[in-house]
Design a protein around this ligand. Structure first.
Ligand SMILES: N[C@@H](CCC(=O)N[C@@H](CS)C(=O)NCC(=O)O)C(=O)O
Length: 256
């Protein structure tokens, strides 16, 4: 039996939900309410000691970190794709290209987009909590880096850090645009976990988060690719899942 612990269909929670849907796997969905800090609560930390979503529970095997979860699903359910081919190419060269892009997104894209998201969304949530309660919430966050990130979200990320993150995103957009001039999908001729990764962390919402980047005019291949990913029934279904983000705070990630 599969159980998927997740938050809103965005970023990491979306990234491993899409392969589950692409593969047509039935799973129990367990919504973890990040607005109520459920990810740091005792019941959840007992499942994932790092206190982060998403988590996959497969017959009691707990798998964390989306890139690891997605490869695990490929290993355990290689033939479960009714509508698509494998999400990881079966040849070694194709798999290496997919992992190259996954590594790029994980190390050079995800945190930079995330900083802008946290600045706009988590910062608002964190500033609405009174000082004493916030200190108590911080003390329950297992990962030191995550504790720092929450504290910084409350005080505000520096303009220099935000500008640096924005430059890194420009670099990533140009790199993806170039790649899509050579191949239909990031890792070659087929849709893979790398496309899902970049889509979940950047492609799906980059235009709405960063209108000043003029994505439609400057990165037309990326927009075309984004439409092709969005049109996939599995992606559309994942995007429809529960979203408790306060409507006023949703614009940073798009009007889902
Ligand atoms: N490397 C992890 C990152 C997981 C992560 O950053 N999850 C975020 C949600 S997108 C989270 O749980 N944030 C809440 C928190 O850290 O308090 C992965 O790939 O799953």
């Amino acid at each position: 039996m599969l159980k998927y612990y997740h938050a809103e269909p965005l970023a990491n929670s979306l990234k491993s939900m899409v392969p589950l849907k692409e593969k047509g796997l039935s799973y129990e969905s367990v919504y973890v309410d990040l607005h109520k800090f459920e990810q740091h609560s005792d019941w959840f930390v007992a499942i994932n000691p790092e206190g982060q979503v998403p988590v996959l529970d497969h017959d009691g095997t707990i798998v964390t970190h989306t890139t690891v979860i997605n490869e695990y699903l490929e290993d355990v359910f290689p033939d479960a794709q009714p509508d698509s081919g494998p999400l990881r190419p079966r040849d070694a060269a194709g798999a290496a290209r997919m992992r190259y892009w996954n590594k790029f997104v994980d190390e050079h894209v995800m945190n930079h987009v995330s900083m802008h998201g946290w600045h706009r969304l988590v910062g608002v949530i964190a500033r609405n909590i009174d000082e004493g309660t916030f200190e108590d919430l911080l003390s329950h966050i297992p990962l030191p880096d995550q504790r720092k990130k929450w504290a910084t979200a409350r005080s505000g990320f520096s303009e220099a850090d935000l500008a640096n993150a924005s430059e890194k995103i420009d670099y990533a957009l140009a790199k993806v645009e170039r790649q899509l001039g050579e191949t239909a999908w990031l890792a070659g001729d087929t849709y893979t976990l790398a496309d899902i990764n970049f889509y979940a962390h950047c492609g799906a919402m980059v235009e709405r988060m960063f209108p000043e980047k003029e994505v439609a005019a400057r990165y037309p291949r990326l927009v075309d690719w984004r439409e092709r990913v969005t049109a996939r029934p599995a992606v559309a279904e994942a995007l429809k899942s529960e979203d408790r983000t306060q409507p006023g705070l949703r614009t940073w990630s798009g009007d889902r």
